[in-house]
Design a protein around this ligand. Structure first.
Ligand code: GLU
Length: 548
């Protein structure tokens, strides 16, 4: 073969055995027949970030509401961050949210499903090389053998000359290297990266378009950015442009932190002769910190990890409603009007996506979560709560299984009544609401129970309880029950009203007696309504606990 064309010769020298060409890849991954293709491209760190769920949910909705495809692509080019099972944790996590993935490493044992794979970047090496080889052959990419110390020297020179730092234009010696120089460096075993040959002009501007932000004007990329690292592994920039083209992504929905690289991505797209997808750069979920806001941090914030919400027993319905509410300001009103309709019927649009970061608001989430659990029937609350407890609170699960009837009655207190106190926000609230009903957990609660009101002396306590148990009747209507309680308390010198109390002739108020009963019966000051709690406990347990 004659290497008359120096770029072609260089390409063949660097990539002697590449099976594909860009044309053959086009045939292998033909245009799709659907109008919308979106994807989620996580790094398999074994950690599903709530922001990742947010992005996936949005991407999945946009695809499926338009009869399109939503696929998962594993971006494992940064092997330091990889952990075993990382992909499984992501697919499993998304599945819990009901986010349907059409293609990706989602088959048995992580096998690929779909004909646009491999869906894992580390398995796509030869594809990236095909394109880099063609860029080299067209003079748009070149090998750069700069050592660490040479790069540092270039930076120092740029600092002195007050020039932008980096490898570009005349600062890049290997841009103009001859074939002989490259051959020599290769045979000397020098390590190299492959760089994009950019225009090198820091004054050039780029005009870009984002589907929610509109036109964006910014400094164009002028850096000879690395496309393939020394290991031959692509950088995010190359992998993104190649993969989203070949997998026929129509809408790149990704975090706004990629806006600074947007111009580079469009340059690469053009250099490779691809048609650019639409870009949607979304605002991140934020956390209030001190006086300001910052991105939810994997390291600092437990709630960055979706597992936190599962552990707490938030329902996915609540989390999904909460996230859709952030994405689309009209969602909340729709949900109010359609409380039980599947969110998948909601016509989500990208037009109302917030352009600045939304504060992750636990109070808001709690209020939604509370509404979701309040809507469940008590049977559902019991069975879903048990399922949660089997995983996250085994002792509670055992008790719930051992005493199903009492559990049902305890959960059912005042639910769906006019005074429904909406006691449950997340399944982890079940323990606090059930623990005094089971003998085992009641016993351990007693160690931390608050002390009785001081005005209720042991003698008063004994005398009152004797009278009270004689009169108590579990079939009494709640109002009658309360009247009776007040009257018996009154005979033991507890004031029934504020006016009575003011006379100074009483040793305490009815509230003190009620608190005493509550503490003796439940070892806790926070219990459901006392009348109903007594009914669930039953006479035998009441006697045992009050008389001890
Ligand atoms: N792997 C990239 C990330 O973790 C994906 C960005 C994208 O969606 O293009 O941020």
């Amino acid at each position: 073969m004659s290497h008359s064309h120096p770029h072609l010769a260089l390409a063949n020298l660097l990539f002697p055995s590449i099976a594909h060409t860009s044309e053959s890849l086009e045939l292998l991954y033909p245009a799709r027949s659907v109008s919308t293709v979106t994807r989620f491209g996580p790094s398999p760190t074994g950690f599903l970030h709530i922001g990742g769920v947010y992005t996936s949910l949005l991407s999945e909705r946009i695809a499926h509401l338009n009869s399109g495809i939503f696929y998962l692509r594993v971006e494992d080019t940064d092997d330091k961050r990889e952990i075993e099972n990382g992909v499984y944790m992501i697919t499993e996590g998304l599945a819990k949210f009901g986010i349907t993935i059409d293609e990706g490493p989602i088959g048995k044992d992580g096998a690929d499903v779909g004909s646009y794979g491999p869906y894992t970047q580390s398995k796509r090496g030869s594809i990236y090389q095909t394109y880099v080889k063609e860029l080299v052959a067209r003079g748009m990419a070149y090998p750069c053998f700069l050592s660490e110390s040479e790069s540092v020297a270039i930076r120092e020179e740029q600092t002195l000359a007050k020039q932008p730092l980096g490898i570009y234009g005349s600062y890049s010696p290997w841009r103009v290297a001859t074939l002989e120089e490259v051959t020599e460096a290769l045979s000397a075993g020098k390590k190299y990266v492959l760089r994009f040959r950019a225009h090198g002009n820091p004054n050039k501007r780029a005009k870009l378009h984002d589907e929610i932000r509109g036109d964006i004007e910014m400094q164009d990329n002028f850096m000879d950015t690395v496309l393939l690292k020394q290991t031959g592994i692509p950088t995010y920039h190359l992998a993104h442009v190649v993969d989203d083209h070949l997998m026929r992504t129509t809408h790149v929905i990704r975090a706004e932190e990629w806006i600074p690289s947007f111009a580079l991505h469009i340059q690469l797209t053009e250099a490779l002769g691809f048609q650019a997808p639409k870009y949607i750069h979304i605002a991140p979920l934020l956390k209030a910190d001190g006086g300001g806001k910052r991105k939810l941090s994997k390291r600092k914030d437990p709630e960055a990890n979706v597992e936190f919400f599962f552990e707490q027993g938030y329902t996915v319905e609540a989390l999904v409603d909460y996230m859709l509410g952030i994405m689309d300001s009209k969602y909340e009103a729709w949900r109010l009007e359609n409380p039980t309709v599947n969110y998948k019927t909601y016509p989500l649009v990208i037009d109302r996506l917030p352009l600045s970061g939304a504060l992750f608001d636990i109070v808001k989430l709690d209020s939604i979560a509370n509404t979701v659990l309040t809507r469940l029937s008590t049977e559902e609350l019991q069975s879903q709560g048990l399922e949660w407890a089997q995983k996250y609170d085994k002792e509670l699960a055992r008790l719930m299984e051992q005493y199903p009837e009492m559990t049902y009655k305890a959960l059912d207190i005042e639910r769906h009544t006019e005074k429904d106190p909406r006691r449950f926000t997340k399944f982890s609230d079940l323990r606090g609401q059930l623990q005094f009903f089971y003998e085992e957990t009641f016993e351990s609660l007693k160690n931390t129970a608050p002390s009785l009101p001081e005005c209720v002396t042991p003698e008063v306590q004994k005398a009152f309880i004797e009278d009270y148990l004689k009169a108590y009747d579990s079939t009494m209507d709640r109002d009658v029950w309360f009247e009776q309680l007040k009257n018996i308390a009154h005979t033991h010198k507890f004031a029934r009203t504020g006016d009575e109390w003011k006379t100074g002739e009483y040793i305490g108020r009815v509230g003190d007696i009620a608190m005493m009963l509550r503490l003796l019966l439940c070892a806790s000051a926070k219990t459901p309504d006392l009348c109903y709690t007594m009914r669930v406990l039953g006479r035998e347990t009441m006697e045992k606990r009050l008389k001890r």
